[in-house]
Design a protein around this ligand. Structure first.
Ligand SMILES: Nc1ncnc2c1ncn2[C@@H]1O[C@H](COP(=O)(O)OP(=O)(O)OP(=O)(O)O)[C@@H](O)[C@H]1O
Ligand SMILES: [Mg+2]
Length: 264
C-alpha cells in the first residue's frame, strides 16, 4: 500500500503540543529563521520572517521562487519547527503545492480523506463531502477518479479536502499555479466567493501579484532567499467584489510589483 499515512500528515495539523495564541491572532509568526542542512551545505530558507493573521483574515504571501514560502506554510501547520523565532497558530490544514489527490480514490473519497483519517466511516465521510461537492459544482463527478477530472476540478477537490479537515486556518500553497490563465481567473473568483460564504483564516501563497490583490485582505511581499517580509499592503476593497480592471486594484498590483522589484 502506498504511504497513505504520509499524505494524511500533510493534510492534518499534528495533534501534539497545542500552539496557543495569546492575542486574537489566528496566526502569529515572529522573527522566524529556518535553515536546512544539506549534503552541499546549509541552505537558509527563512531569516527573520514575521507575519500575523487575524481570525478570518485572508493574508496572501508573494515572493520569488525559493524564498521559503512553502517552508513558511509548513511551519504554520506544525509540519516543521523553526530554528529560532516563534510560530503560534490555531490548528491549520495545508493544501499542498501539488494537489496530491490519491489516484485510486474517487473525487468524493479524496474530498473526505481527512474525515477518514479522523476515524469516520467511508459512508459518513461521503455523507459529509457530498453536499460540498454539489456546492463546488462537482455533483456529477463524485465517483470520478482524479485522472478523469480537469485541472480546475482537481484543485476544487483538493481545496475541499483541506476545508473538510475542519481546521480554522487554511494554508494554501499556490493553489492555482498549475492552471491555465482562464481557469485560474475562474478559480480565483470561485475561491473569493467561497471565503465570503465560509469565512476562514487563510494564508495563501502565490507568485501571481494580481491573484494576491484580488483575494487578499493583506498582501505580504517576501524578499528573495533567505525570505523575510519586506512589504505589507492592505487591500481595503470588499472581498468577492473586486474586478482586476478597477483602478484601485491596478494601483495595488503596481505597488506590489514595485515592492518585489519588478520594473513596470
Ligand atoms: N526539506 C528540504 N531540505 C533541504 N532544502 C530544502 C528543503 N525544503 C526546502 N528547501 C530549500 O529551502 C529553500 C526554500 O524552499 P521553499 O520550498 O520553502 O521555497 P518556495 O518559496 O516555496 O519556492 P517555490 O516558489 O519555488 O515553491 C529552497 O532553496 C529549497 O531548496
Ligand atoms: Mg513552494
Amino acid at each position: 500500500m502506498p504511504a497513505k499515512g504520509a499524505r494524511v500528515e500533510m493534510i492534518e495539523a499534528p495533534p501534539e503540543e497545542p500552539r496557543e495564541l495569546k492575542a486574537q491572532d489566528a496566526v502569529h509568526v515572529e522573527l522566524v529563521s529556518r535553515t536546512f542542512r544539506t549534503k552541499r551545505g546549509p541552505i537558509q530558507a527563512l531569516a527573520g520572517m514575521s507575519l500575523r493573521a487575524a481570525a478570518h483574515e485572508v493574508v496572501v504571501v508573494v515572493g520569488p521562487s525559493g524564498c521559503g514560502k512553502t517552508t513558511l506554510l509548513e511551519l504554520i501547520c506544525g509540519l516543521q519547527r523553526p530554528d529560532s523565532g516563534t510560530v503560534r497558530a490555531a490548528p491549520a490544514a495545508l493544501m499542498p503545492q501539488r494537489d496530491l489527490l490519491l489516484p485510486w480514490l474517487s473525487a468524493i473519497d479524496n474530498a473526505g480523506l481527512a474525515l477518514r483519517a479522523r476515524g469516520a466511516s467511508r459512508e459518513d465521510a461521503r455523507r459529509a463531502a457530498g453536499p460540498w461537492l454539489e456546492r463546488f459544482g462537482l455533483e456529477r463527478f463524485e465517483r470520478t477518479r482524479p485522472a478523469e477530472l480537469s485541472g480546475g476540478m482537481r484543485q476544487r477537490v483538493s481545496f475541499l479536502r483541506t476545508l473538510l479537515a475542519g481546521k480554522p486556518v487554511l494554508a494554501l500553497d499556490e493553489p492555482f499555479a498549475s492552471l491555465d490563465a482562464i481557469t485560474r481567473q475562474d478559480m480565483q473568483g470561485w475561491l473569493a466567493h467561497v471565503l465570503v460564504a465560509e469565512p476562514r483564516t487563510v494564508i495563501l501563497v502565490t507568485h501571481d501579484v494580481e491573484e494576491a490583490v484580488v483575494l487578499g485582505d493583506r498582501v505580504i511581499i517576501m524578499s528573495p532567499r533567505p525570505g523575510r517580509t519586506v512589504s505589507e499592503i492592505d487591500v481595503t476593497l470588499p472581498r468577492g467584489a473586486r474586478r482586476r480592471t478597477d483602478p484601485a486594484v491596478v494601483e495595488l498590483r503596481e505597488r506590489a510589483l514595485a515592492a518585489l522589484g519588478v520594473q513596470p
